[in-house]
Write a protein that binds this ligand. Sequence first.
Ligand code: FE2
Length: 379
Amino acid sequence: MKLLTVGPDNIYTFKTVEEFAESFHLGPRDLLVSIEVIYQQFLEPYANGANVILVDKYGAQEPTDVMIDEFIKDAGKFDYDRIVAVGGGAVMDMSKVVAVAGGASIDDVIDHLPDFKRKVRLVLAPTTCGTGSEVTEIAAINRTRLGCKAGIASPEMFADDAVLIPELLYGLPDHVFATSSLDALVHSVESTLSPNATPYTRMFGYEAMKMIVGGYKAVAEAGPAGSPERRAKRNELMGDFLIASNYAGISFDTGGCAAVHALSYQLGGKYHVPHGESNYAMFTGVLRNYMEIKSDGEIAKVNRYLADILGCDVSVVYDELERLINQLLPKKALHEYGVTKEDLPEFADRVMKTQERLMKNCFVPLDYDRVLKIFTELY
Ligand SMILES: [Fe+2]
């Protein structure tokens, strides 16, 4: 049994982009990958002759096969030894694929992934505090030509260096801060409850939960939503949120995500709800159903641990957790996103048929009827 994989050779933190650029000697042998607003605000003064690709020109949505093929073609016009990707999950995931592709098409990469060996170095710096992509070997791609989503994984897609720079996140809109950190919280809980969790992954998972839920408490107590006090507290804690997202990434790269993600993909796929928000819509609904099936073991430990952080009785831990999170991002019922009653059996069917990779990591096995029950309760 594998206890832990930590992919990157090094994990760095720098307070500012300037410190990062100096330490990493950005220059003409680099391919710097980002999006326009981040490049203009932070990177341009330090690019130092690096080749630049701003991937938002391919589209603003989550990465698709078509976008990545354009990116691969553009990257082929440059000569470089290292890809330095600074951005959210989409920027990092696409860069991982381009780094291993070596000019081949995305379909080729996906169909023959074990044959692909990365020849350039890869540096990943996140600009959100959720995906943990900088420490995972996974890339999520929407294969629009086949009409399905694929999570692909290869050790070749691990970064050489993961770099945490809080300055990049100070301007995050509140909504993006909430959805991305919620994604990290879900990563930490799902991977800790996974049958593949190990003492090593749990150490990272529990610590991530403490930093995120404790951080939410501090942020919510600092002032009302949208207030400068709340923003100041959030930014003061941004280094912690980045590390928590990183810990959660390390935990789930080995432990794996499960039903919350599997169910969430249905809502996100059909109604274009941001990943962290669709996770939140499913989060406690899945946990409550686990509890109905099996209320002892790791889930009892997670509940006790969260109740201690929240300062509440363990019997109301999910209510209290939602009460706190709702101050950052109000939870919505599925019908509020446009979901119809007719969608529910279709969603449940797709979960069982297409999300086996995630569903095998559930705390307890969930069958079609249980998945449909969860969707119905959340409707
Ligand atoms: Fe996620």
